[in-house]
Design a protein around this ligand. Structure first.
Ligand code: ASP
Length: 434
């Protein structure tokens, strides 16, 4: 009898569960050091492989995708819809966060003692974050716009946090290809077509190691997950907000604007969600998010290669919720009542902060400093939540990529570029037998 192979996502889930179990018991068994020295490196190697492929993937797939568009007006149409939807979900997320935190008021439950001990414990980490938040001295309000345009291609491509600059160059290159003489640029087109196929195979190869990588990452991360308990009401508040996005907003949007069944949507993007959870980085997850969108949801490469890299960089719904809740939580913990005007300021700065946050672990918490300062709160308050940031970062990153995939599905449907038969087919799954 032929043995049935486990699908990849099941292997990744097993890796995740074993990693969690290992991490949670390692401390008690005296294996914490062994885990850091001998298991964690495999997780780091796995993340490095994913990051390694991120820049080439964006360049090749975006150039390929854009140059396949029939004309430039289609690009601006897709671009307009994408950015509009990204803004909408972001504003919704922050508003939801603000409403929840005002109802639940977790900050008022934190005892003064606990608050002081958290501040002391995390004082050193805090200094690092504050320096990072203030590093770019933004002289003009238009500086973020200026930052999108690189002055040197190789500088831009040499740093994974310069994603928007790479996107800018790739779109420019693709648009120039549409405008150029078709015959003349055919070899260039063929090159990008071929390179795209190669990069997708690299993603498949890397994903074969995902179960081991995810095991190693979770084994080393979950060692200190216990801290989550200390700030349980605040953490639950964030988790509730994230859950409402995943189980209420996204299904509603998909139902209104697409024919994709939500259950199948979740199944399709599960590998990407698990990776986002394990790596806490939308950028590292991007190759898999794109693979899931194209192979499991039947979204055309034209749409996915434009919408998803942009989303990984500027659309962070999970981060947005977290910003809103955390800012008000810190104010509550310090006994400060924020006025409606101040909460609106938080809304506005949190939109900008979530757009500006890099798609890497812990980026959101650094941007939070700017939000806190916008309403005159002491950024030292960040110390109160640093302890639980990693697990919450894992969860919000998974929501970030779920939001990106939702918008990609809507934009693709509106352009007639989502294959509903593939999306709603419970048997399609990338690398099912890897
Ligand atoms: N880690 C998140 C991401 O990569 C950003 C954040 O810290 O909220 O999407």
């Amino acid at each position: 009898m032929k043995k049935k192979k486990l699908p990849l996502y099941a292997k990744i889930l097993i890796g995740m569960a074993l990693g969690l179990a290992w991490g949670l018991s390692a401390g008690a068994l005296g294996m914490a050091e062994f885990t850091q020295d001998w298991i964690k490196p495999f997780g780091t190697i796995f993340i490095n492989c994913l990051k390694l492929i991120a820049v080439p993937l964006i360049i090749v797939s975006l150039v390929d995708g854009v140059s396949n568009l029939s004309d430039v007006s289609k690009l601006s149409r897709i671009g307009g819809k994408t950015i509009g939807l990204y803004m909408l979900t972001t504003v919704f997320a922050i508003t939801l966060g603000l409403i929840l935190v005002n109802i639940i008021q977790p900050g008022k439950l934190l005892s003064a003692e606990r608050r002081d001990s958290l501040r002391e414990t995390f004082a050193a980490d805090l200094d690092k974050s504050i320096t990072a938040a203030h590093a770019p001295a933004h002289s003009s309000p238009l500086q973020p716009l200026v930052d999108i345009v690189p002055e040197n291609f190789f500088n831009a491509a040499s740093n994974n946090t310069n994603m928007l600059q790479v996107i800018f160059f790739s779109i420019l290159f693709g648009v120039a290809m549409i405008l150029s003489n078709k015959e003349k640029i055919q070899p260039v087109k063929n090159f990008f077509d071929g390179a795209n196929a190669v990069i997708l195979s690299i993603v498949d190869i890397i994903m074969r190691f995902a179960p081991i990588g995810v095991f190693a990452l979770l084994a080393s991360l979950s060692i200190d997950m216990e801290l989550m308990k200390a700030l349980s009401v605040y953490s639950l508040n964030v988790v509730l907000g994230l859950a409402l996005m995943v189980f209420v907003l996204y299904p509603t949007l998909l139902k209104l604007f697409t024919k994709v069944k939500y259950k199948e949507f979740l199944r399709a993007i599960l590998p990407a969600q698990i990776l986002a959870f394990s790596t806490s980085s939308s950028a590292a997850t991007l190759p898999v998010t794109m693979d899931c969108a194209e192979k499991n949801l039947g979204i055309s490469e034209e749409v996915s290669s434009f919408v998803l890299p942009l989303g990984a960089t500027i659309n962070m719904d999970g981060t947005s919720i977290h910003q809103g809740i955390s800012a008000v939580f810190i104010a509550q913990a310090f006994g400060i009542d924020l006025s409606l005007m101040q909460q609106l300021t938080i809304l506005l700065t949190a939109v900008l902060a979530s757009i500006g946050a890099a798609a890497v672990p812990g980026a959101g918490i650094i941007m939070l400093i700017i939000v806190l300062e916008s309403v005159g709160l002491d950024p030292a308050g960040l110390a109160l939540i640093l302890a639980v940031d990693r697990p919450l970062d894992m969860l919000r990153t998974a929501v970030n990529i779920t939001g990106d995939s939702t918008v990609a599905s809507i934009v693709a449907t509106s352009e007639g570029e989502l294959n509903t038969a593939i999306a709603n087919d419970p048997t399609t799954n990338i690398n099912t037998t890897a």
